[in-house]
Design a protein around this ligand. Structure first.
Ligand code: AMP
Length: 217
């Protein structure tokens, strides 16, 4: 199964991707995580993208497309994958389409998580992540058992630099301007499935599993 998760920052793509990856036994491909790893490791790529990411803007398409091309060539991606945070522009979506075509592959479904702006802003500003194992917490809805410490690996939790309130608003605007047009792009290809979240308490994973029963692979 080749999936794309689409939605504003804070819509819950990362949490959903982790659940689906476990259920289907296929990898989550988060370009955000890959770029953050490059920044943390201080690579050439990391140096190029750090300031862009901190400002809430998008990293240039060619850089992101290159890391995706490299990732998709790896054996672990050969039986399917779940994109979380990619593509984010029309040019990325076209690049992905061409890349998959080269291998005789295609995207089976694009899941759009539609979440009200108030909920995403609240989620992002209350989000804490484990820099070691990647687990995601929310101080209001899913706090760690011990304040500031990861339940899974006991590392100290951190706030992402771009989850600060002023950057969150910018990221939301960037989503509307650059990424939301992909909704129409995938609607035209008849592979878009919309999951509407109203209050944030829904079992989104179950809703998505129900939708995916209808998807032909
Ligand atoms: P995320 O973790 O998906 O919210 O991504 C964090 C940041 O990484 C974004 O705000 C962008 O600066 C950058 N980024 C992640 N994925 C992409 C992408 N597909 N295209 C451009 N920039 C990206």
């Amino acid at each position: 199964m080749n999936l794309i998760l689409l939605g504003a920052p804070g819509a819950g793509k990362g949490t959903l991707a982790k659940d689906l990856a476990k259920i289907f036994g296929i990898p989550q491909i988060s370009t955000g995580d890959m770029l953050r790893e490059a920044v943390a490791a201080g690579t050439e790529l990391g140096k190029k993208v750090k300031d862009i990411m901190d400002s809430g803007a998008l990293v240039p398409d060619d850089l992101v497309n290159a890391i995706v091309r490299e990732k998709l060539a790896r054996p672990e991606c050969h039986n399917g994958f779940i994109f979380d945070g990619y593509p984010r522009t029309k040019s990325q979506a076209e690049s992905l389409e061409n890349l998959l075509k080269e291998d005789g592959k295609k995207i089976d479904a694009v899941i759009l998580l539609e979440v009200p702006k108030e909920i995403v802003v609240k989620r992002l500003t209350n989000r804490r992540i484990c820099p070691h194992c990647g687990r995601i917490y929310n101080l209001i809805t899913m706090p760690p058992s011990k304040e500031g410490i990861c339940d899974g690996c006991s590392s100290k939790l951190i706030t992402r630099d771009d989850d600060k309130e002023e950057v969150v608003t910018r990221r939301y605007e960037v989503y509307l301007e650059r990424t939301a047009p992909l909704i129409e792009f995938y609607k035209q290809r008849e592979i878009l499935f919309t999951i509407t979240v109203q209050n944030g308490d829904e079992d989104v994973t179950q809703m998505v599993l129900n939708v995916l029963k209808r998807v032909r692979k």
